[in-house]
Design a binder for this molecule. Structure first.
Ligand SMILES: [Zn+2]
Length: 278
């Protein structure tokens, strides 16, 4: 799933391409894509589109008095739609513009999990943004200490919890733990002051580096195209120390880590491949 830096760069590209263009229509193509009954999408018609903002992993498509809040989920994409066919493949919704262009929300396969919420006024504090924690790259060191100190869960899970910190997903959680030289399985509220310093610096650095890389792209691309130290690199050497990257797999995601850098050399049992733990 795209994370904060990918969504941010995507929002900037959408603003560059469509910002200021008069919106002439919004049409849901899949009847499940629009998650709200009010306000009506038509309230945005006739207003200049944009700028496109972001909160956590959500895109905020501003249109006059209302905002389309879009979550792309795993494979959703917002792209230029030159053909504007009646039933585009994977098409969920379409925005049309006064200059004849259109923007299409697509999602491959049959998942249909991406969604659009209509919000009037400031979207902050309204569904679906209620309960989101602060932007991960905006928290101060002391704010982070308070968030971490209130959580008895493991660090990797805390980082991915959007209610604690907004914007971090599976890849960044792996990369941040590695950069901070912390075990992804460390108990969050047992981190000491030095470890919180390292965690805070790692969050800022990993997000900034990914954003800089994303700003060089034309499209969202895939996670395999991103430069990672440990994520998706099982069996390869750690770029810091040369040890072999290990993983622990869960049903929905994989935790990747370097034993030398992060777990005092300890290799943790992979609970899906270890025959002893099945
Ligand atoms: Zn290492």
């Amino acid at each position: 799933m795209p994370e904060m830096p990918e969504i941010q760069a995507h929002a900037e590209r959408l603003t560059d391409a469509f910002g200021g263009t008069e919106l002439t229509g919004f049409r849901p193509i899949s009847f499940t894509v629009l998650k709200t009954f009010a306000p009506q999408p038509e309230e945005a018609v006739g207003h200049p589109f944009g700028p496109v903002g972001r909160r956590g992993k959500y895109l905020l498509l501003h249109g006059g008095p209302v905002t389309f809040v879009v979550h792309l989920m795993q494979g959703g994409r917002l792209r230029d739609d030159p053909k504007q066919t009646a039933k585009p493949r994977g098409g969920l919704a379409r925005w049309t513009f006064a200059d004849g262009r259109a923007l299409l929300l697509t999602e491959p396969g049959h998942e249909r999990r991406a969604g659009v919420w209509m919000v009037a006024g400031d979207p902050e504090g309204q569904d679906p943004l209620t309960g989101l924690g602060p932007e991960a790259d905006q928290v101060t060191r002391d704010e982070l200490a308070a968030i971490v100190g209130g959580q008895g869960r493991r660090l990797h899970g805390l980082l991915r919890n959007q209610g604690a910190l907004a914007g971090i997903g599976r890849r960044l959680a792996n990369e941040i733990c590695h950069r901070a030289r912390l075990s992804p399985f460390a108990t969050a509220n047992k981190l000491d002051g030095d470890e919180i310093d390292r965690l805070h610096a790692a969050i800022g650095a990993c997000i900034a580096e990914t954003l800089a890389e994303e700003r060089t792209r034309d499209d969202l691309g895939s996670v395999k195209e991103r430069t990672s130290a440990v994520h998706n690199r099982v069996g390869e050497p750690c770029p810091v120390c040369g040890d072999t990257i290990r993983t622990v797999s869960y049903r929905a995601y994989t935790v990747s880590y370097c034993p030398t850098c992060q777990t005092n050399g300890k290799v943790l049992a992979d609970n899906t491949t270890s025959k002893f733990l099945k």
